[in-house]
Design a protein around this ligand. Structure first.
Ligand SMILES: Cc1cc2nc3c(=O)[nH]c(=O)nc-3n(C[C@H](O)[C@H](O)[C@H](O)COP(=O)(O)OP(=O)(O)OC[C@H]3O[C@@H](n4cnc5c(N)ncnc54)[C@H](O)[C@@H]3O)c2cc1C
Length: 234
């Protein structure tokens, strides 16, 4: 794998193609296919949901992920059914969802949420070489907290052999974004009931040192300054 592929920044321009699978039929005006929007959502998220068919029935499993360039990596134990199924060539559908607000309308029917979400389709590739696995785990670690990889012990050969890493190329993806106030039926705007948006965001709490941490160990700057929404901006 080249360094370019693993660069955390997005150097690939151009929109994702609208395919039969990704073309939004429901509220298409909320759709987005530009890489900036899709990658912005992926870079802010921590958890994806991996959907696949195993033993004849659909399964959706939440898991952590990382993006590096045009690839999303997921990883885990070799015993994971999800990783075994997806690594054996099963088609997957991966989603990432960010919630920005609760949209309270005047009618129960028009309640909604402000959100940014991504849907990705593809067939994952099992990462085989230790070199690429290490690079993928670096991308994974840096996705969660940029700056961390340089401080920590890198995976040993044994740890790598116990870890399955899958790479999902970002080739077929869509984003959908809802913003703004509720959209009520015209006659309901006369109602004397509060309506609007309750914003939601992920707030970073104060870091709690491990009880076994030597007292003199300084808090890394990247932890002190950690910001969920901007952490992967260039
Ligand atoms: C937090 C949240 C809450 C939601 N609540 C509701 C709800 O209560 N009821 C409801 O009907 N819908 C809700 N949605 C929207 C929902 O995700 C679907 O977009 C919608 O239900 C239409 O589904 P569909 O299969 O008919 O979409 P279609 O338009 O037929 O989907 C076609 C393609 O469009 C793309 N697409 C569709 N939805 C999304 C998406 N959300 N993100 C990225 N790409 C997408 C995919 O590539 C998909 O394969 C919510 C979305 C989010 C993120």
């Amino acid at each position: 794998m080249s360094d370019d592929t693993l660069n955390m920044t997005d150097e690939t321009n151009g929109d994702f193609p609208k395919t039969e699978r990704t073309k939004l039929k429901r509220l298409p005006k909320r759709g987005a296919f530009d890489r900036q929007t899709v990658y912005g959502i992926l870079d802010e998220g921590f958890v994806c949901h991996v959907g696949f068919v195993a033993d004849g029935h659909p399964v959706v499993i939440p898991t952590a992920y990382g993006r590096a360039g045009d690839v999303v990596y997921i990883h885990g134990s070799r015993a994971s059914r999800m990783l075994r199924a997806a690594g054996a060539g099963a088609e997957v559908c991966v989603t990432v969802t960010l919630i920005d607000g609760l949209v309270l309308a005047r009618s129960a029917f028009h309640h909604s949420m402000n959100y940014r979400s991504v849907v990705i389709f593809g067939t994952a590739r099992a990462v085989e070489s230790d070199e690429e696995k290490t690079e993928a785990l670096r991308a994974f670690t840096e996705h969660v907290m940029r700056g961390r990889w340089d401080d920590v012990r890198w995976p040993s050969a044994r740890e790598l052999s116990q870890t399955t890493v899958l790479a999902l190329a970002l080739e077929e993806a869509s984003a959908k974004v809802r913003t703004g106030p509720p959209i009520d039926d015209e006659e309901d705007y006369e109602m004397k009931v509060w309506a609007g948006v309750v914003p939601l965001e992920t707030v970073v709490g104060e870091a709690v040192p491990d009880p076994r941490l030597p007292a003199e160990t300084p808090l890394p700057e990247y932890v002190e300054r950690f910001d969920v929404s901007t952490r992967n901006e260039s």
